[in-house]
Design a protein around this ligand. Structure first.
Ligand code: URP
Ligand code: ZN
Ligand code: ZN
Length: 480
């Protein structure tokens, strides 16, 4: 239905302007002061509020089959919960089992995602290598709008990509104009440290962070960056959780390498003391990888966001309930890894970021939508309030408050890592493709209303830098 939002201030990543916004046909049709609109247009009063692009969560795992179970949140419940929190798009991960054709996995995830209430897109993981993977990567980029491939450097004996897979896949990414992304933890070290902790009798969740110390993440981040440097392509590092990996990213960026970093709302706010809680259920509910870190790493992550060395925020939303986590009661390495947050990311980031003065409102928009849209090539269709953009909009009430709780959240999980936190600054309205899907606590998400968002391949920048390289210009030395 045609709608005009009046009286609010539009906040984009670059500028804030007090103006009206007119939506129709799922798109933003006009922006201007005192807009003339057709008779019958629905009028929304946004006085005293901010009109921002709906959030993009570039890292979720809805109904992921993982560690012997399946994530409890499906594409409908998860995207609906996102809408309640002002997030209007997700980029989820297709994760083929080793030896599973990438196209089979992609088709399976597409089938699952048909019920999405909000727009969605896919990164595809490269978990093994042969000629069919090479071919399917091409089909995914050229016919299905996938422009990013994920590499898990951890999860040995499951979905881990070793250096051979990384190099083969990165080379294919250059050919295709696709962004490689990495979960950066040294999987061999994790595997060995898990065995070591168990042998020492450390079987509870406190063993989880001990088997994945920051150096394990720093090593893998640095290795991925160096591989990307040699191969001359950009790199996106998911869920940067500690200073060790942030330092590697910062150094590379200072040297002119195009490396992007994502951090999670959870890693910004929660520290590793949760794993030492005497209640198994509580501690296990926080088991995710990389783990929550000592407080000093949180401070580093905030600095990373403030300095622009980290560009995006995500949640790695991957829900497992208490009965699923209980599988690891006697062995922490069996606890399904994952925590929730798609509903809470925007509010906790506003509260801890903007209210504290760490981020401006414009930086908040950059970190919650615009930067992800730019990095994954869907800007300004997503991540901006501009004429022609999708009408994915959140009206943000800076005075509204909410106390986060598993009892009241919309996420399909029995635990909330932000339980009891009162946030100031919440969405009063969320529009998804022009439809009002959240109004002051009333969730009107519609099953299947979300669209698949194709993301075009990258062009110029990818190959140009390669042509300039010493390696590329190298010729054999003629000898007698
Ligand atoms: O613990 C996590 N993060 N679970 C989901 C899979 C991943 O590593 O992203
Ligand atoms: Zn991961
Ligand atoms: Zn993940």
């Amino acid at each position: 239905m045609a709608t005009v939002i009046r009286g609010g201030t539009v906040v984009n990543a670059d500028v804030s302007v007090k103006t009206d916004v007119y939506l129709d046909g799922g798109k933003i049709q006009a922006i201007g002061v005192d807009l003339d609109v057709p008779a019958g247009t629905k009028v929304i009063d946004a006085g005293g509020q901010y009109i921002m692009p709906g959030g993009i969560d570039p890292h979720t795992h809805m109904q992921l089959p993982f560690m012997g179970t399946v994530a409890s949140e499906d594409f409908y419940t998860g995207t609906a919960a996102g809408l309640a929190g002002g997030t209007t798009s997700i980029i989820d991960f297709v994760i083929p089992s080793p030896q599973q054709p990438l196209m089979d996995a992609y088709n399976q995830w597409q089938e699952w995602a048909q019920k999405s209430a909000a727009d969605y897109s896919f990164h595809v993981a490269v978990t093994w290598w042969d000629d069919s993977v090479y071919k399917d990567m091409g089909e995914l980029v050229n016919q299905h709008g996938v422009n990013s491939f994920k590499h898990f450097m951890a999860y040995k004996n499951a979905i881990m990509a070793d250096d051979e897979i990384l190099v083969n896949s990165f080379r294919r990414c250059i050919e295709l104009g696709a962004m490689p992304t990495v979960h950066a933890e040294n999987g061999e070290l994790v595997f060995q440290l898990q065995k070591e902790m168990l042998a020492r009798g450390i079987t509870g969740p406190e063993g989880h962070p001990l088997s994945r110390p920051p150096a394990v993440e720093g090593e893998a981040t640095n290795r991925a960056i160096k591989i990307a440097e040699v191969m001359e392509l950009p790199l996106y590092v998911v869920h940067v959780s500690c200073k060790d990996s942030l330092d590697a990213i910062t150094k590379a960026r200072n040297e002119g390498q195009r490396v992007y970093g994502e951090c999670l709302a959870g890693h910004l706010l929660i520290d590793d003391s949760v794993y030492r809680n005497e209640n198994f259920e509580f501690a296990a509910a926080h088991v995710m990888s990389p783990p929550f870190r000592e407080k000093k790493h949180q401070a580093a992550l905030w600095q990373g966001l403030q300095s622009g060395n980290l560009q995006t925020t995500a949640t790695d939303h991957c829900c497992f309930c208490a009965d699923q986590k209980a599988v690891g009661k006697d062995d922490f390495s069996l606890i399904p890894n994952g925590t929730a947050g798609v509903e809470d990311r925007m509010a906790v980031l506003w509260d801890a970021g903007v209210n504290s003065g760490r981020l401006t409102m414009n930086e908040f928009v950059g970190a919650t939508s615009a930067n992800a849209a730019k990095i994954f090539n869907i800007y300004p269709r997503k991540g901006s309030i501009s004429v022609g953009a999708d009408a994915d909009i959140v009206i943000w009430d800076p005075e509204g408050t909410r106390t986060i709780s598993a009892k009241t959240h919309h996420q399909n999980i029995d635990f909330n890592i932000f339980e009891g936190r009162t946030v100031k600054g919440i969405p009063s309205h969320t529009f998804s493709n022009g439809n009002l899907v959240w109004l002051n606590g009333d969730l009107r998400a519609e099953r299947g209303a979300g669209n698949y968002i194709k993301r075009p391949a990258f062009t110029a920048g990818f190959k140009a830098s390669r042509l300039n390289s010493e390696q590329h210009k190298a010729t054999a030395v003629k000898r007698n």
